[in-house]
Design a protein. Structure first.
Length: 270
C-alpha cells in the first residue's frame, strides 16, 4: 500500500508540470502568441539550460511559474482583445497548454491554472454598478465614468469617507461578500460612494481617522474571478434583486490617470 501511495504522489507532482513532445492541444490565441515570443522562449531555455526538462521543472517551480505568469499577464490580460477568449478558456479547462521549444525539441507544457496564478501579479478590484450595459470587457474607464446609484439600503450601504457612513453588518451585499471572499476579509462590506463609485470595500479595525478602508483587491486573477462569481450568485434573490445592478472585475490600468480596465463581467443581478 505504501508503494502505491508513493507512486501516486510522484505522478501528481509530475502532472503539475506535465510536458510532452510533439502534441498540439487547442489553446487560446494569447497562449499561442506567448509561445512564439522569442524573449519569453529564450528566457525559459536559458533557465533550463542543458538540464533535463522535467527534472528542472520539478526543482524550479517558482522560477518557471513566475516566467509563465509574466507571459500570461502580457499576452492574455494586458492585450485586452484577448481577455474574453481567455476567460472562456479558464472556465472550461483546468490546465493552460503552452507550446515551447527547449533545445531542439518542441514541448507542450500543461500548466495548472490554480497554481500559476499564484505567481501572476495582476491586481483587480470589484465594482458593483447600476450600469449593466456600458462596461464591456477590455473597455478602459476613468473613475468619474463609473456609476453606482443603488438606492435600497437593505441591499448595500455606502461609505462617504473615513468619517462618513458606517457599513452595516445586516445588508445583503455585506452578507454576500462575506460568503464569497472567505479568509481574506471579515464581514463589514460596503460600496464606495466617492470615485471609483461602486467599488467594493471592507472596513478594517480602527476608530475615526484611524479606521481603515480597503478595496476587496486580489492579485490572483483566477481566484478573484471565482470569488466574484460566488459573490454574484449570493446577491441573487436578496434585497439586491430588482436594483438593476451588475458586478464587474476591473484592473487599475493607469494609476496616474485613475483609469480602470474591465476584465470580467457583467454578472447581472436580475
Amino acid at each position: 500500500m505504501r508503494m502505491y501511495r508513493t507512486i501516486f504522489l510522484l505522478i501528481a507532482l509530475l502532472n503539475t508540470f506535465a510536458c510532452k513532445a510533439g502534441t498540439t492541444p487547442p489553446r487560446p490565441q494569447c497562449l499561442t502568441d506567448l509561445g512564439k515570443d522569442s524573449d519569453f522562449t529564450n528566457a525559459v531555455a536559458t533557465k533550463i539550460g542543458t538540464n533535463d526538462v522535467q527534472q528542472w521543472l520539478t526543482d524550479h517551480k517558482t522560477d518557471f511559474y513566475t516566467l509563465i505568469g509574466d507571459g500570461i499577464k502580457k499576452y492574455c490580460l494586458l492585450k485586452t482583445p484577448n481577455i474574453p477568449e481567455f476567460n472562456r478558456f479558464l472556465d472550461t479547462n483546468a490546465e493552460l497548454p503552452i507550446k515551447l521549444k527547449v533545445g531542439d525539441k518542441w514541448y507542450d507544457f500543461f500548466i495548472s491554472k490554480t497554481d500559476v496564478f499564484n505567481y501572476t501579479n495582476f491586481p483587480t478590484i470589484v465594482i458593483v454598478s447600476t450600469d449593466t450595459q456600458k462596461y464591456s470587457i477590455g473597455a478602459e474607464k476613468e473613475a468619474k465614468e463609473l456609476v453606482s446609484n443603488i438606492k435600497n439600503t437593505k441591499c448595500a450601504q455606502y461609505w462617504a469617507g473615513v468619517m462618513g457612513l458606517t457599513p452595516s453588518h445586516n445588508t445583503a451585499l455585506s452578507d454576500a461578500a462575506k460568503n464569497a471572499f472567505i479568509g481574506k476579509y471579515t464581514d463589514k462590506y460596503a460600496l464606495r460612494y466617492a470615485r471609483p463609485q461602486g467599488a467594493l470595500y471592507e472596513k478594517r479595525s480602527g476608530i475615526g481617522a484611524a479606521t481603515k478602508f480597503e478595496y476587496v483587491e486580489d492579485t490572483n486573477y483566477y481566484r478573484q474571478r471565482e470569488n466574484i462569481k460566488i459573490f454574484s450568485e449570493q446577491l441573487k434573490d436578496t434585497a439586491c434583486t430588482g436594483e438593476n445592478i451588475a458586478v464587474y472585475m476591473m484592473y487599475k490600468s493607469k494609476s496616474k490617470d485613475n483609469k480602470y480596465t474591465v476584465v470580467d463581467g457583467p454578472y447581472i443581478i436580475p
